[in-house]
Design a protein around this ligand. Structure first.
Ligand code: SF4
Length: 434
């Protein structure tokens, strides 16, 4: 194989998998491999798969086939959760060379050298873990033992693991030195951070907010009962913690929540989110919701709609239930027909759009802190602390910087504004409702 051989990777699924995909790219490049787009001809294809639903498994298989078709000579590696759960099925696809579980994905560069019978690929082997992205995912936790009845994850990633605080602190410092402004802490079940070590997510956050050049920290997702008083205190006292929580609801019907093995009621969810909003200024709450869970009646679906409106989420991620082999819910009776799922999903997506637009409209005429990420047409585009897409005009040089924008216009769920200043603290910005 020639020097600087090329590789490509396609990652499916959750933020943890995305993070691990980025780590694989960094490792491969460190050892001299050249990254190319997945649509290009590569010497090595890596499919970092997902199996959270049967649709995800299907997509993973499609990607494997697409890679083999693109270059039948390529080495094809499948890793990720689908590789963990259905190893034999994947290995039986002709053209797949290696099937590696999550635990082994970090070894890909070495396993490739072993397979090729070489020791290096002109890599310098010593680059620090830096990122050019303004926003970087940082994985701090793995594993889940909650066993929601529709989810395969605890069956394939049940061991709880938390990255020690000093290690996370060092990685975030390195990222900041490389230009990162925002870190998004991720985990399979982030709220379980520290469950096996005696520390908690609050302790980790308390340490990270001390990093002077770090612009802001976002939590990828957290369960309702895992937002501790310590986290609330930090969100109210530190400019660095985004006033945004992604709290999965999944259903607004108590009957369905029970069948899902989710440990709260609709009433508890509404009460707790009210309390969080009253304590954390300008808090945006986003959520995941599943429609068409087995046995979901029109009435159950109506309950979901009612709760979604009552909570006033700023964004909804709507998923149609798809039975995942190996989970209890896949065997439940009263599976819902596809057409009903489609209808309910479309209705909820519409409601979600209205909620997002209404939430965004409350910022017209106000100032918001934005992390400018990229150019988009004649605008610069970025996200606010509370996760609203904002466009503004300005020089390219401010890409990667935190700026204050005065909001002048709204188009559906996005906002437009003009830049007032750059690299500001959240406390200097006018608040919602003022
Ligand atoms: S909390 Fe539930 S949905 Fe989330 S990973 Fe654990 S079992 Fe799956």
């Amino acid at each position: 194989m020639k020097d600087k051989a090329s590789f490509s990777i396609h990652t499916l699924g959750c933020k943890v998998n995305q993070y691990e995909g980025e780590q694989i790219i960094a490792e491969m490049e460190k050892y001299g491999w050249r990254y190319v787009d997945f649509s290009a001809k590569a010497d090595v294809y890596i499919i970092n798969s997902c199996t959270v639903t049967s649709v995800a498994s299907h997509k993973s298989r499609q990607l494997v086939r697409r890679a083999i078709k693109k270059n039948p000579e390529a080495i094809v590696i499948v890793t990720g959760c689908y590789a963990d759960s259905d190893r034999k099925e994947i290995a039986s696809i002709s053209g797949v060379d290696l099937v590696l579980g999550n635990e082994d994905k970090s070894k890909i560069p070495y396993l490739l050298f072993e397979k090729l019978g070489i020791e290096s690929m002109n890599g310098d082997g010593a680059k620090p873990a830096t990122s050019l992205h303004t926003r970087a995912l940082v994985k701090v936790q793995d594993g889940c033992n909650q066993f929601c009845s529709y989810c395969i994850v605890p069956h394939v990633r049940s061991n709880l693991w938390s990255r020690p605080i000093p290690e996370v602190f060092d990685e975030v410092n390195r990222l900041v030195a490389g230009g990162t402004q925002e870190v998004v802490l991720t985990g399979i079940h982030l709220g379980l951070y520290g469950a096996n070590t005696g520390t908690g997510l609050g302790d980790l956050l308390a340490r990270l907010v001390e990093i002077p050049q770090l612009g802001r920290i976002r939590l990828s997702s957290i369960e309702l009962n895992e937002v501790t008083p310590q986290i609330i205190d930090l969100m109210t006292s530190s400019d660095k913690l985004c006033n945004h929580l992604h709290i999965p609801l999944q259903s607004g019907s108590n009957r369905i929540l029970k069948a899902m093995n989710r440990h709260y009621t609709a009433e508890e969810f509404a009460e707790r989110t009210d309390e969080l909003k009253s304590k954390i200024k300008d808090l945006a709450i986003t959520t995941d919701i599943i429609v068409g869970f087995p046995g979901e009646t029109e009435r159950d679906f109506e309950d979901s709609i009612k709760l979604v409106k009552k909570v006033g989420f700023s964004k909804l991620h709507v998923f149609k239930f798809s039975p995942r082999k190996g989970t209890p819910a896949a065997t439940y009776p009263e599976q819902i027909p596809g057409a009903v799922k489609d209808e309910r999903s479309a209705a909820l997506i519409d409601i979600g759009r209205d909620l997002s637009a209404s939430y965004a409209s409350s910022y017209l005429g106000k100032r918001m802190r934005i992390l400018v990420e990229r150019e988009q047409g004649k605008y610069l585009s970025g996200m606010s602390d509370n996760y609203i897409r904002v466009y503004c005009e300005g020089p390219r040089e401010i890409i990667g910087k935190l700026v204050t924008v005065e909001i002048t216009k709204q188009e559906e769920t996005v906002l437009y504004g003009s830049i007032k200043s750059s690299q500001v603290a959240k406390s200097q910005i006018g608040n919602r409702g003022k």
